[in-house]
Each structure stands twice: as C-alpha cells, then as structure tokens.
Design a protein around this ligand. Structure first.
Ligand code: ADP
Length: 759
C-alpha cells in the first residue's frame, strides 16, 4: 500500500517520504485496513521493531485532523523523552508536542495547549484524578506496550486509566500496541477494538542456543563459534560479532553482573577497535565521568573508553542516553544490560545474547526462569534494518541437557498470556479510593459496574471474585477513615476529606495510614519528629522501595535502631517477628541514606556506603521528597505540626543541613555552591545582594557566567561580573561540627553542579 493512496492528513505522506518511508509495512497496512485512520480502536500485537510507532502516529495524526487531542501513554519515564523527540517532527505540520512524566506532581494545565501529549500511565491517572480539563478533548489514546497490564506493580494503573478514559469519553479511539502475546484477543475484546496480529519483522531473526563450539539455530542452521580453553561463551560470541563488524547486546540478571560483564567484554572489544575510534570513545568516557563522580560512573567510563558499556537503572539519565547514543552510532560495540533495556528503548544490535535466563526472586525463593515474553522481547532487539543482513538472538547452554531445556523453554515456546493484576490489594485499594473520590462511582454497585469495564472483569468469570476483593478493599478504606459507608446495606459510598487528600496526593492508602499512625504516635508520646524519624516513617510505606539488607546489615542496623530508638515514630517490632523486623531495619537503612544526604555527605561516599548507584540516590531522595510533601499535607489535614515535616523534606530535597536552606532556595545554588558561599559568610539570599562580588566569584570558583546568574536569581540589581577579580582565598578556615561534603573542590570542569548531587 503506498502512502499517497491512504488519504493521510496533509503533509504527512510527504514528510514520511522524506524519511525514506515509501509504503507501509504489512502489519501497519493491516491496522489501516482495520480502520486505524477512521476512528476505529485497534490492538496491534506485533514483534519489536515492526513499526508500531508509525501505527500510533498515523492514528494520532488522523485524530488531530478530525479535531481533538492525542495522548500517548508510555510505560517508563525513560521512554517519554525518546517518544517526544520522535513526535516532534510533526511540529512542522503545526502540531505541538508536550511531555509530562513527573510522577509526583499533579500540575498539568499547560498540557491543554498541546496536540500530542506523552505521559506515563501514573501521570495520566493522576491527571484524571485532578480533573485535568483537556482529558475531555481527547480523540485518540495510544497505549504503548499494553502487555504490561500483566505487571504486578504498574499494570493495574494502566488498566484502570484506560478504563477511566473510555468511561469519560465514550467515543475515544484506543490504539493499544503490544508485543506478541498469547491472548491479544482478550485485550481486543476488553477494549472493543479490532485485532491486528502478526509475526512479520522487517529483518529476519534467527534464534538459537550456543552450546559447545557452535550456535544451533532453530532453522537447523549452525554457526561455529568456538570457545578457547578456559574462555567464556559470552566473550567468544561477542568477539565473533565484532570481528564481522556487528555489535552485541548481552542481557544479564543484575546490575553487578552487568558491570562485571561490561568490564570483561571491554577487553574483548578493545583489542578489535580501529585506532581512529579510541579518541572518540575517550570523549564519551569523559562526558560520563563529568556527569557524576561516583565509582559507577568511573567504571562505566573505563568500559566505554574500551568500546563496551553496561546499562541498568542505576545510571543517571544523562549517562543512559550517552551510552545509548554511542551504541547507535556504532562506537560502543557491546552493552551488558539488565532487562530494563529490553523494554522499549530503541538500541538494536546484530547479535543479542541472553546470558542469564534466571533471576533471583525472593517470593519464588531462588532463581526463577524469566517469562517467555520477556526473553522474546530481548531477542527482538536483534537486527538493525538496513545495517545487518539479519539479527541473531542467542541463549547460552553449558550442557546438552540445558541446551534442550532452553530450546523447549524459549526458542520453541509461545509467550504467556497476559493476565490482569488488578485484584492485587495495594492496587485495588488505591484505585477504588480514587474511583469514588473522583466521582466515577458513588456506590458499591456503581463501583462494581465501573470495574466491569476492566480487563480483570473480562478475564474472571462472573462477579463473585470481583465482589469479594472489592468488599475487602472497601472495608480497609472504611477502617482507616478514608471512606464512609452508609445506606441500609452500606452500599452508599462517600470519600472523607482525608480520603480525598490521600487520593489527590496519589498515595497508596496504606502509605497514608502508616504516615498518619506515625504522626499520631509522636503526638501521643510528646516527641518532636526528627528528620531521621520522618525518613524512617516514609521509608516504611509501600510507596518507597527500601534498600535491601546485605550480610552484616542486620547487626549494624539493629544497633542503629537501639541507639536511635527515641527518634523512630512507632514501637520497634519484636526481633522474633522476622518479616516486620527486617522491614523495619531496611527502612532504617534507607532512612540513614537519606539522612547522610541531608547532612551533605558526598554522593560517592553514599553510593559506596550503601552499595547503590547514583541513580538510586536520586530515586530515593525524590521519592522521600514526594512522600514528605504528602506527609506535610496529611499533617495539616489532621492538625499535627507541619514544620518538622517541611524541614525534613526541604533538607532531603536539596541535600543540605538546615543552615543552608536559605541559600539553596536561590535558583542555581545547589548543595556544593551553597556550602562554599556559606563558608565565606554568605548565609542567605539577602547576603548575595550585599556581598562583595569578588567573594561570590571566588565561592563559585571563578565561573563568571554562573556568578552573574546566581546574583540575578538572588535579585541583585547589578549582577555583572565585568572587571571583578576573585577574592584572595587565604585564611577562610570553616568550622563545622557536622559531617558534611568534603569541600576538596577539585575544580573539575563542571563545578560539581551537574553531578546528581545537584540534579
Ligand atoms: P517498534 O515500536 O515496533 O519496536 P519502531 O516503531 O521503533 O518499532 O520502528 C522500527 C524502525 O522501523 C524505525 O526506525 C522506523 O523508522 C522504521 N519504520 C517503521 N515503519 C516503516 C516503514 N513503513 N518503512 C520503512 N521503515 C519503517
């Protein structure tokens, strides 16, 4: 089917033509035939790299032409910017693209002026709860990676969000993009959509298993790849691809494994690098080092300098995109990645090696085999259309038995069906409260009717199970005063003012209950909450991912718990209650990380002490800031003191002791700059307006442009640094009685400000 015959909106065919897209891929053509351009809802269940994005774009552009707004729902924040960049090419046609991913803020009014909005499902859910006005103008919603409704953590939000959008807007066109799954027809039935199913790929994929000295492919082909004595399969497979001018993506099961594999594979790649590329790689490595001064960055930079990299959720966003770009530019030849990379990010490689097909799972009690769907998604990353003759996806087996197992388990197997996870308790109590709070349902009956629109209802027989789990969640909400039941059978539902606050704050009701308990306990015991106590309190909620206890941690944190028991907001659980006690200690470990950060400890000291990456420090502090903001609102709602909560929040947000808060309020003054200014007697915004410019300039390490901007932000009428010299540095010996960032100020080019420490 040629583009010109499709009746696409003006300019679209021309634009695609310029990009070398002349005709539709078969699954795209099938979607168009199913009514994609004419407002029909479509579920497209097709392999990775077969052009799902264009399916979405054609639907969105047609919907925009009919009038209205299009919404593209992404499963991961990291994908939002990638999609935004892709869609921005339509600004030439006069369409504005907006992206909204901050999971924690509710403000989205500016989005009303955009034509295409990219957002995570959590964000859309929160916008719906807050009545964002543009929701009513939606003409088309795209759900990317809709098979993730199967995900216990995030699936229910996607499911409920789609159900709500459809309930609000009965004529809404839904385009759901899915990996190839066993039961795409369930999803299509749920969404009243036409089903397009296909296994077509733009580039052939050869799947196989390496055992002994060869890869055995499913089509019976073989490729010799011998492993030298004492050598590793993965290294041999990477060397083989790089020798032929290809690149490799190696999937492993943990961050640590990704890092060690990258280090080893860098040796394999380094000896094969053309000289000309070393300098370019050194440049990328330098950018990675500049981004953050932690051990993870140093290791990543070392690997990149040698042509390999690791990729996991502990990287900062900048590091992640540096690695992805260098891989797409064929500079970095090999990435060792955790499965996060398989989810959507467009980094195809000639050869994909799935090294670890098991992953540790605490609930399972050991190493659990990955789902077929997940392994197929990884395999689907193989082959760059136009660059590689075909893609190869390889599993590795140590023995004939393992070989046979892998062939059966992953090469010949069909992906699992997608199952709704809505009935999981945290999900259900959160969504039920929100559904009543936002007026979607006012009675138990109404709620059950709304739930009838979910995939969960589609997949369960009768109403028995649905009613049972709903009643249990309603009981929980009522017991915690978030909701009141009235009427003869308790069927009338009303959300209390507290319940409205909880829903608006986007909290799991159990998190709110935990926080309220802790605050009430402090009042009863007549204690002023300390930052550590508050960090511990929010780390105990189900909305915070706590740090794991490693070996020796149980003893360490049992001691900390003893020493600082007075600060913890609630009775310490008995050591004999293993689950509760461990959770208490891991919350304490998390709280100590937050406290270190708020005491100005250096980022690299924190990553080392807690065995985490820079991305984790950022993730924890952001979550704590959000949860403490929510705790502040809850405290206000129930009449508890808010000041201690607000201070703890501000300190963890800026990573500073209380005395620096007046300085970090000034834009472009992060924790390190604030400390240096403070050491020179500049303690608050007003001081910046009065201080000698030479002192400010010295504190900001001679960076004139920065100094001018800081002064401007502080409201100084004459911020210019023209002709100003740095003050003499002699004799300013600071005195501090607290653990703080060593101000070794190495004068590195970025002034430490772009490190994650200063976000
Ligand atoms: P998916 O989302 O299915 O994984 P993408 O949408 O990222 O795949 O598409 C993969 C690549 O194929 C992109 O680089 C895209 O530009 C290209 N592509 C998509 N449709 C066509 C087409 N009809 N003709 C040529 N190239 C296409």
């Amino acid at each position: 089917m040629t583009l010109a015959d499709l009746g696409l909106p003006d300019g679209v065919a021309e634009r695609l033509h310029e990009e070398g897209i002349e005709s539709l891929y078969p699954p795209q053509a099938a979607a168009v035939e199913a009514g994609l351009l004419d407002d029909e809802s479509v579920v497209a269940s097709v392999p990775t790299a077969s052009g799902k994005t264009l399916v979405a774009e054609l639907a969105m552009l047609s919907a925009l032409e009919r009038g209205g707004t299009a919404l593209y729902v992404v499963p991961l924040r990291a994908l939002a910017s990638e999609k935004q960049a892709e869609f921005e090419r339509w600004t030439d046609l006069g369409y504005e693209v907006g992206v909204s991913t901050g999971n924690y803020d509710a403000d989205g009014e500016w989005l009303a002026s955009r034509d295409i909005i990219v957002a995570t499902s959590e964000k859309v859910d929160s916008l719906v709860r807050n009545d964002a006005p543009w929701i009513d103008d939606l003409a088309c919603v795209v759900a990317d990676e809709v098979h993730l409704v199967d995900d216990t953590e995030r699936g229910p939000t996607l499911e409920v969000t789609l159900a709500k959008l459809r309930a609000l807007n009965p004529g809404l066109q839904v385009v759901a993009l899915s990996a190839t799954v066993g039961n795409a027809d369930d999803v299509a039935r749920w969404l009243d959509a036409e089903l397009v199913e296909s296994t077509w790929r733009p580039i052939d994929l050869k799947r196989g298993v390496h055992v002994g000295s060869a890869i055995n492919f499913e089509d019976e082909g073989r490729r010799e790849v011998s492993v030298p004595p004492g050598g590793r399969q993965t290294s041999a497979l990477v060397a083989d691809t790089v020798d032929e001018g290809g690149s490799a993506l190696v999937f492993v099961n943990s961050r640590r494994n990704a890092e060690s594999a990258a280090d080893r594979l860098a040796d394999v790649v380094a000896e094969r690098l053309p000289d000309g590329e070393r300098a370019e790689l050194a440049g990328v490595a330098a950018e990675i080092r500049d981004d953050s001064d932690t051990e993870t960055s140093a290791d990543l930079a070392d690997a990149v300098a040698r042509g390999a990299a690791f990729h996991h959720a502990g990287l900062s966003p900048t590091q992640r995109s540096l690695v992805e770009d260098a891989f797409r530019d064929r500079l970095v030849r090999c990435i060792a990645a955790t499965p996060t990379l398989a989810a959507g990010v467009n980094t195809p490689a000639r050869r994909v090696i799935v090294r670890d097909w098991r992953r540790y799972d605490g609930d399972y009690g050991g190493m659990k085999p990955l789902d077929v769907l997940e392994v197929h998604q990884m395999m689907g990353r193989a082959g760059r259309p136009g660059l590689d003759p075909y893609g190869e996806a390889v599993l590795t087996a140590k023995s004939t038995e393992e070989y046979e197992d892998l062939v059966e388990r992953y090469v010949e197997a069909e992906p699992e069906p997608v199952r709704s996870k809505l009935a999981a308790e945290p999900a259900l109590r959160t969504h039920l409260l929100a559904t009543v709070a936002s007026g979607f349902a006012r009675s138990r009956e109404g709620l059950l009717e709304f739930l009838g629109r979910t995939l969960y209802a589609e997949q369960t027989d009768g109403r028995g199970e649905l009613t049972r789990v709903t009643d249990r969640a309603l009981d929980y909400l009522a017991a915690n005063d978030f909701l009141e039941r009235s009427g003869s059978d308790g069927g009338e539902l009303r959300v209390t003012s507290l319940g409205h606050t909880v829903s608006r704050l986007y909290l799991d009701p159990m998190s709110a209950a935990t926080v309220l308990d802790g605050l009430a306990w402090a009042e009863r015991e007549d204690r002023e909450p300390t930052p550590l106590g508050l960090y511990h309190l929010v780390a105990r909620t189900p909305d915070m991912y706590r740090l794991y206890l490693k070996s020796g941690d149980r003893e360490t944190y049992t001691e900390v718990a003893d020493e600082r028991e007075d600060e913890l907001l609630g009775p310490t659980p008995s050591e004999f209650d293993d689950v509760a006690f461990e959770a208490w200690l891991s919350a304490l470990k998390t709280a100590r990380l937050l406290e270190d950060w708020a005491n100005e400890a250096d980022e690299d000291r924190i990553t080392e002490r807690y065995g985490v990456g820079p991305g984790d420090v950022r993730g924890k502090t952001e979550a704590a800031e959000w949860l403490l903001g929510a705790a502040e609102s809850l405290a206000g709602e129930v009449g508890s003191p808010t000041a201690p909560v607000r201070d703890a929040k501000r300190r963890v947000a800026d990573g500073v002791t209380a005395e620096l808060l007046p300085l970090t309020e000034v834009r472009q003054v992060g924790r390190k700059r604030a400390r240096r200014l403070y050491e020179r007697g500049i303690e608050r915004r007003a001081d910046l307006r009065e201080a000698a410019k030479s002192t400010v300039l010295a504190a900001l390490q001679g960076r004139r442009r920065t100094a001018e901007r800081v002064l401007e932000n502080a409201g100084r009428p004459d911020p210019s640094m023209d002709g100003v010299d740095e003050a003499d540095e002699g004799g300013s010996a600071p005195e501090h009685g607290f653990a703080r960032a060593s101000s070794d100020d190495t004068g590195n080019a970025d002034d430490g400000q772009s490190s994650l420490g200063d976000f």
